[in-house]
Design a protein around this ligand. Structure first.
Ligand SMILES: Cc1cc2nc3c(=O)[nH]c(=O)nc-3n(C[C@H](O)[C@H](O)[C@H](O)COP(=O)(O)OP(=O)(O)OC[C@H]3O[C@@H](n4cnc5c(N)ncnc54)[C@H](O)[C@@H]3O)c2cc1C
Length: 182
C-alpha cells in the first residue's frame, strides 16, 4: 500500500511493510474516528504476528465496542484486546492455534489455547505427550482427518451464529480478551 507516490497523510498511517499501523484500539494513528481490522493491520495486532481470520473476528468485535464507546451508546474507556499467548518477553506473543491442510484429508492442528482442546481427536494422548495444553512450551500438535470439523462443524457453527445474529455467542470468545486501553 505504500510507494513513493503515496500521499504523506496516508503514508503516516502505514508501517514499514505498508500495513496499517492501527494502535491497540484499532484506531488509525492520525484519524481517531477511523478504524482498521483484519489482515490489513500491522503485525502487532495478531498473536505471533500471524495474520488470521481467527484474529480478524476479534478485531471486528473490538471495533464495534469502541465505536459504541466513542458514540456514547456504551460507557467506559476505549478498549484494547489481548491476542496470542504471552511468551514472557515484553510485547511478544505466540500464535494461539493454526490449522494447516495437507492434501485432501490430513490437517495438522497446532494449539496452545485451551479453548481449542475440543478439536483434538486424541486429547488424552496429547496430554500424555505434551502435558496440559496451557503449560506445553510448544503447544499440542496432532495430524489427522479434520475435514468434518473444517467443512461441517465450523461452517454450521459460524453460519448459525452469524445468520441468527447471536452476538452473545461471539462475546464468549472475544469479551474476556478486552482491557481498558492504555
Ligand atoms: C491458504 C490460506 C490458509 C489460511 N488458513 C487460515 C486458518 O486456518 N485460520 C485462520 O484463522 N486464518 C487462515 N488464513 C488467513 C485468513 O484467510 C485471513 O486472515 C482472513 O481472510 C483475513 O480477512 P480480511 O477480511 O482481513 O481480508 P480478506 O479475506 O483478504 O478480504 C479482503 C477483501 O477485500 C477485497 N479487496 C481488496 N482490494 C480491494 C479494493 N481495492 N476494493 C474493493 N475490495 C478490495 C478482496 O478481494 C477481499 O475480498 C488463511 C489464509 C490463506 C491464504
Amino acid at each position: 500500500m505504500k510507494d513513493p507516490r503515496t500521499a504523506a497523510s496516508v503514508a503516516s498511517c502505514l508501517d514499514d511493510e505498508g500495513f496499517i499501523n492501527a494502535g491497540p484500539t484499532l484506531q488509525l494513528p492520525a484519524l481517531s474516528n477511523v478504524f482498521a481490522g483484519g489482515d490489513i493491520c500491522t503485525k502487532a495486532r495478531f498473536g505471533g504476528g500471524e495474520r488470521m481470520a481467527g484474529y480478524a473476528h476479534g478485531h471486528a468485535f473490538l471495533i464495534c465496542e469502541n465505536i459504541e464507546r466513542l458514540a456514547g451508546t456504551k460507557s467506559g474507556p476505549l478498549q484494547a484486546m489481548h491476542h496470542g499467548i504471552p511468551t514472557g518477553t515484553e510485547g511478544e506473543t505466540d500464535n494461539e492455534y493454526v490449522f494447516i491442510s495437507l492434501g485432501k484429508t490430513d490437517t495438522l492442528l497446532y494449539a496452545k489455547w485451551p479453548v481449542m482442546k475440543m478439536f483434538f481427536q486424541t486429547p488424552d494422548a496429547m496430554e500424555e505427550k505434551y502435558g496440559p495444553i496451557e503449560e506445553a512450551p510448544d503447544g499440542w500438535v496432532e495430524l489427522g482427518d479434520l475435514n468434518p470439523v473444517k467443512f461441517q462443524q465450523w461452517n454450521d457453527m459460524f453460519i448459525g451464529a452469524l445468520g441468527e445474529g447471536r452476538d452473545e455467542w461471539w462475546a464468549q470468545f472475544d469479551a474476556p480478551r478486552l482491557y481498558d486501553a492504555p
